[in-house]
Design a binder for this molecule. Structure first.
Ligand SMILES: Cc1ncc(C[n+]2csc(CCOP(=O)(O)OP(=O)(O)O)c2C)c(N)n1
Ligand SMILES: [Mg+2]
Length: 1047
């Protein structure tokens, strides 16, 4: 057995991916001057030198022979039999081969191939020719898409050369026979193959019969074919309107699966019914855009003209998926064709779409709303093909292309999670892309890299690219460095099906295969609809300014519906009259809806909600109450969760690190003393919510341990790989599950994902933690476009929590600031209006804000704010600036007393020392937030100023606790007011807080500033400067004369 393995290891050809890689390096070919494209340092090297027939693609052939020989030595020629026997017996390289016995004798032992071909005087030539044919087949599989007729305009476009392109549009299409393995755009031009001599085949070989390798399905039921037929079938499979890119996939079964789907003769067949449905769908897609154009010729709609087959494509994917058991499809897409998808795929009522074009439509909802081609939609309906119910949601999205990708994935994952769909059989996602955006936006790559991670996979996404060969005014030569816009998908081994979108049958065929692929392998797949854009970027744009040649061609281009209708009428699928009736029927549907749309006077954005939470709100979509209950928990519960946090629930099963045992012991001591540090406070919040049935998901880089090694939510066995324990899942037998997952090193992608996850259900606490707070800026688009403004634009609430480690610890410009100023600048509360203080003021304030920004200075307050996030009757994003040094600060601990029933989150923590006892003696209030509090109170003590200066913590910065700040300023009526922060003056909280304190006092008392000077960088890189700055700012805070005489 061992010998067999060794022999095969010696004989084994390159993997598909290796071959694909080497074959797709034209330069290598040119340099090496032949068909051998293997890398120098590969396994076969020794034997190749000694046994030259083992090299290159011939090893495929040899492998075939070897398997045949293993089955029965008589299956192969005597010479191979001897070779394999010798190799198997351990013959050194070069010694296994022996000259074949003369052929003139008995024919016993001749191979099936030889039998087919009759007496073969030159065995070496026979082997070589077979090798050549196998190589040729493989070349079609690897590179057939290079010469497939993908571009409806026939002016394209795919540049396989890697030198920058500098010349005119048409030049990039030149096919270079020296650089390409397959040199025959058509069979009649096959002469190239023979002329270049790449394969060593001659024209006279065309009628010779060759045995087919098991890695092709072109034979159907036949195992050998004449070369002419082999080439014809390969041309049919790989070089027509479908270009299949898949040979980089590192999995033989998957490659075989794809080969079978495209190579099997006659596989692309459609029933009469299918053709009629396809025609009807093409009519809807085309006539919808035409209708809009007729009615609103000067309105932007980002029409689909030039890619009308997108609609049948999506409908096919949905039909096929529904047939295989999918019940929910979540989609994300850009502007192009969005209205058409809403109308004809999601089936939004046409009158609701048409009324959006009415400029007099009044907005019924609060908030900004959004333009019609960004709105989302949720709809449940029967799928006519499968006869099953299916729900579809198209996610609302900002203009920022591709930003919605991870959001869709997160929502899909959540739906899978909550419905127990562990393999993605019932819930799936579809992502649509433009060609320029797919290639250009990094978030596409980040999203692909989530696709196979255990806590982020959605078990396969179907990507559909509307590849109209242009992005606004930029053509592909200037828009990407890769040949195809889809190359990014290769990183996850997703097959890519390029298809000429002017051939609707080819389109729906690849969509069927893509759906089957997803449902079979649960991996991503890409459908690249190669099309064109009939108009400018939008309907107002003149494309001839920038793409004159392309648009001359487009003007000549017959519409795809017209072409397809002519084809099916000629085939007798429908009559001209039936076709015209179908067109008229749909036109009437549009016209009727248009008439109805005129009655619509009010726009309800909530009718465009993509993620409804029906049970969470009352029937009007309002919170069921405006009361937020206390967030404390019982002593018993605190003790119980504390014990879980400080023990190993499965002690006999797992051996943890000694250092961790000490940490757990420290926690146990805290529980005994009835106190919590930060990590334990978090544990108490999570544990209690889990017990109350709230699912918690904490995601981000290194969150399982915690960047600062304080959390340790996952315990690792020190001896057994992957044996772990998550004590948080042992809080209570009927608790909700706890998910804690280290993410990929991505912020944009992962934050978008978690935002999407949080959309699926209001009954989950979803938290994303940045490694350091400042890394949130690589996810800025998610923060600005979705988190801050999502509810205003799309009336969609979201309770995501961002944990952003923040604090000036002398660690340099990076790793210090989570940029509170940016979050605060985006808060929607008015700095100049003192609000009316009513009952439940705090809850109303939370309800009205766009997000909540807090910096908790105690573990208890952190505990409460996390619990409040779920117990409050609505959902708002919560931004928490979290500490670093405070995680271990001896004073930053909270007593259980501050977490007991009836205790709540403190929006502001007043001074509780001597200053509060005699407020009239207090000369100054120092307002602050976060860790600087501990520096200030230490300094105050050192200076003996406990009774003259009150230090007050603003824990909830936004919405601003006007009521509580007023109580403090009223109480210390003789004190001057200082805002103190460790951040630079143009950063931190100052600009947000100062005008609000001024409003609180009705501008009667100035608010002084004690903090660092304005600066460009968030912090100094020099430790000494850091300490000097710190000293200076606390000096200012306690120098009671510092501001006298200043205005
Ligand atoms: C992140 C981002 N950058 C820039 C834009 C502006 N923009 C809108 S559409 C567009 C071109 C998109 O081209 P493509 O992805 O090919 O889609 P198409 O419009 O051709 O369908 C650009 C640059 C944007 N919307 N989002
Ligand atoms: Mg485009």
């Amino acid at each position: 057995m061992h010998r067999l393995r060794t022999t095969m290891a010696r004989l084994r050809p390159l993997t598909a991916a290796q071959s694909a890689q080497s074959i797709s390096q034209p330069r290598l070919l040119a340099i090496e001057g032949g068909l051998r494209t293997f890398k120098p340092a590969r396994r076969l090297n020794t034997s190749v030198a000694a046994e030259p027939f083992l090299n290159g693609t011939s090893s495929n052939y040899v492998e075939e022979m070897y398997y045949a020989w293993l089955e029965n030595p008589r299956n192969v020629h005597k010479s191979w039999d001897i070779f394999f026997r010798n190799a198997n017996a351990g013959a050194p390289p070069g010694a296994a081969y022996q000259s074949p016995p003369p052929l003139s004798g008995s024919s016993q032992g001749l191979t099936g191939v030889q039998a087919l071909m009759g007496a073969q005087p030159n065995l070496e030539k026979l082997v070589q020719d077979h090798q050549a044919v196998h190589s040729l087949i493989r070349a079609y599989q690897v590179r057939g898409h290079h010469i497939a007729k993908l571009d409806p305009l026939e002016i394209s476009c795919v540049d396989f050369d890697d030198t920058p392109c500098t010349v005119g549009f048409q030049n990039v299409a030149v096919f270079n026979p020296d650089l390409d393995l397959i040199c025959m755009p058509t069979l009649s031009a096959h002469v190239n193959v023979f002329e270049t001599g790449v394969y060593g085949l001659a024209e006279s070989d065309l009628d010779k019969v060759f045995r087919l390798p098991t890695t092709t399905f072109i034979g159907g039921s036949e195992s050998s074919l004449p070369l002419r037929e082999i080439i014809r079938r390969l041309e049919m499979a790989y070089c027509q309107h479908i270009g299949v890119e898949f040979m980089f996939i590192n999995d033989l079964e998957q490659c075989q699966w794809i080969r079978e789907k495209f190579e099997t003769p006659g596989i692309m067949q459609f029933s009469l019914e299918e053709k009629k449905t396809l025609l009807a769908r093409m009519i809807r897609s085309t006539r919808f855009e035409e209708f809009l154009q007729r009615k609103w010729s000067s309105e932007k709609r980002f029409g689909l003209e030039g890619c009308e087959s997108l609609i049948p494509a999506l409908k096919t994917i949905i039909d096929m998926s529904s047939l295989s058991g999918v019940e929910s499809v979540i989609m994300g897409m850009p502007h192009r064709g969005r209205l058409n998808v809403l109308a004809n795929v999601i089936r939004k009522e046409l009158d609701q779409i048409f009324c959006q074009f009415d400029s007099k439509l009044e907005a019924a909802d609060e908030g900004s709303g959004d333009v019609k081609y960004h709105l989302g939609m949720y709809h449940k309906r029967m799928n006519r093909v499968s006869d099953r119910e299916i729900s579809m949601s198209l996610m609302a999205n900002p203009s920022h292309l591709e930003a919605v990708d991870p959001v869709v994935q997160g929502k899909t994952k959540a739906e899978q999670f909550y419905s127990g769909d562990t393999e993605g059989k019932r819930v799936m996602s579809i992502l649509l892309h433009g060609d320029a955006a797919f290639a250009g936006q990094g978030i596409v790559y980040e999203t692909f890299h989530l696709s196979d991670l255990p806590s982020y996979t959605t078990h396969g996404t179907i990507h559909v690219v509307v590849n109209n060969q242009i992005g606004f005014t930029t053509d592909p030569r200037m828009a990407r460095s890769s040949p195809y816009p889809t190359d990014v998908a290769r990183v996850v081994n997703a097959p890519i099906f390029h298809v000429n979108a002017d051939d609707p049958e080819a389109v729906i065929y690849v969509c069927k295969v893509a759906s089957e692929w997803r449902n079979t392998f649960h991996k991503d797949v890409v459908v690249d609809l190669v099309c064109y854009r009939r108009n400018g970027h939008n309907e107002m744009d003149e494309p001839m300014f920038t793409q004159p040649l392309m648009y001359k061609q487009i003007k000549k281009q017959k519409g795809v519906l017209q072409k397809f209708a002519e084809k099916v009428i000629a085939e007798g699928v429908v009559t001209t009259q039936a076709y015209e009736e179908e067109v008229a029927r749909y036109d009437k549907i549009c016209e009727d809806a248009y008439n109805r749309s005129k009655d619509e006077k009010i726009l309800h954005i909530k009718h465009w909600l993509d993620s409804p939470w029906p049970d969470f709100f009352n029937l009007d979509g309002q919170p069921k109450t405006m009361h937020s209950p206390p967030t404390g928990i019982s002593e018993e519960e605190l003790k119980h969760i504390g014990n879980i946090a400080s023990s190993v629930p499965v002690e006999d099963f797992i051996t943890i690190h000694g250092g961790l045992s000490r940490i757990l012991k420290g926690r146990a001591n805290m529980v005994d003393q009835r106190v919590c540090d930060w990590a334990l406070g978090e544990y108490m919040a999570f544990g209690s919510l889990l017990k109350e049935g709230i699912h918690i998901r904490l995601s981000g880089q290194d969150v399982e341990r915690g960047t600062f090694s304080h959390r340790h939510h996952v315990l690792h066995d020190q001896n057994v790989d992957k044996r772990i324990c998550i004590p948080m899942n042992y809080v209570s037998p009927d608790q909700a599950p706890y998910t804690v997952c280290n993410s990929s090193l991505s912020e944009y992608g992962v934050l978008g994902f978690e935002l999407g996850f949080a959309m699926a259900s209001p009954n989950a606490l979803v938290l994303w933690e940045a490694q350091f707070g400042d890394f949130n800026n690589t996810a800025q688009c998610i923060i600005d476009q979705f988190i801050s403004s999502g509810q205003a634009k799309w009336v969609r609430q979201n309770g995501i929590v961002l944990l952003l480690p923040h604090g000036m610890e002398g660690m340099g410009p990076e790793h210090s600031s989570a940029r509170p100023e940016r979050f605060l600048q985006m808060c929607n509360d008015d700095p100049d209006v003192f609000p009316k203080i009513t009952e439940n003021f705090a809850v109303h304030q939370l309800y009205d804000c766009n997000w909540i920004v807090v910096n908790c200075s105690t573990p208890a307050n952190y505990f409460h704010v996390l619990r409040r996030q779920i117990l409050q009757p609505f959902r708002k994003p919560l931004i928490v600036f979290t500490p670093k040094s405070l995680l271990r600060h001896p004073e930053a601990k909270s007593s259980f007393d501050d977490m007991l029933p009836a205790t709540i989150f403190k929006r502001l923590i007043p001074d509780e020392g001597p200053a509060a006892a005699s407020p009239e003696k207090v000369k100054r209030i120092v307002f602050c937030s976060g860790k600087i509090y501990y520096e200030l109170t230490r300094e105050r003590k050192n200076r003996g100023m406990d009774d003259s200066v009150a230090v007050i913590r603003v824990e909830q910065l936004s919405p601003f606790p006007f009521d509580l700040v007023k109580a403090e300023t009223d109480r210390y009526s003789n004190a001057d007011l200082v805002w103190c922060q460790e951040e630079h003056k143009n950063q931190g909280y100052h600009d947000y807080v100062k005008p609000r304190i001024c409003t609180t006092t009705n501008h009667t008392r100035p608010v002084w500033y004690a903090g660092r000077d304005p600066a460009a960088a968030p912090a100094t890189g020099n430790k000494k400067t850091h300490l000097t700055e710190l000293q200076r700012l606390v000096d200012a805070a306690f120098d009671l004369d510092a501001f006298s005489g200043k205005i």
